[in-house]
Design a protein around this ligand. Structure first.
Ligand code: S3P
Length: 175
């Protein structure tokens, strides 16, 4: 099994944007577990929450995580913010380079504003919800990560360079 780079963090922390840019700079494949879930089920994450509830979504998400981690080619994997809520997911993540993208609740709230409808866990009071999720999940992220990267007030390129330089591969980004 390959050692993949896995991005974790709360909704709005930029896992997909940074993951895609990081994969490009490393010339690796990029996978987003939410998108794989949607492709597999033929409907959106919000529709899965509506029809099968959060636990139905978590079961599919865990299957997808195991599937993408089994890839023999090293890849950058962006995960859904709640991937760490499963103890079994936390266990399997420990064999990979797990990077935790951290951000203030202000940053997260601002960033998810336009995509609230796609994220069923946010509800109406986004700031409070993100604050709660941050409290609930901080220890869970901390349990699996190799490295934290704050994304507040930073450009994607800067974050990508910083992550790439911490890995045991040469980045192909401009100096
Ligand atoms: C969730 C985060 C979402 C998605 C689902 C649940 C969570 O992914 O998996 O709505 O529990 O935090 P993003 O973190 O990519 O928004």
């Amino acid at each position: 099994m390959s050692r993949h780079v896995v991005l974790v963090g709360l909704m709005g922390s930029g896992k997909s944007t940074i993951g895609r840019a990081l994969a490009e700079s490393l010339v690796w494949d990029f996978v987003d577990t939410d998108r794989v879930v949607e492709q597999r089920e033929g409907c959106s994450v919000a529709q899965i929450f509506a029809s099968r509830g959060e636990s139905g979504f978590r079961t599919i998400e865990s299957d997808v995580l195991r599937e993408v981690l089994a890839s023999p080619t090293r890849q950058v994997i962006a995960t859904g913010g709640g991937i760490v809520t499963s103890p079994e997911n936390r266990r399997v993540l420990r064999s990979h380079d797990v990077i935790w993208l951290t951000a203030s609740v202000d940053t997260l709230t601002r960033r998810v504003e336009k995509s609230r409808a796609d994220r069923p866990l946010l509800g109406d009071d986004v700031r409070n919800r993100l604050t709660d999720l941050s409290h609930q999940r901080t220890d869970l992220y901390a349990e699996v990560v190799n490295r934290c990267e704050s994304v507040d007030d930073r450009k994607v390129d800067d974050i990508v360079r910083s992550i790439a330089s911490s890995l045991d591969v040469e980045p192909e980004v401009e100096p």
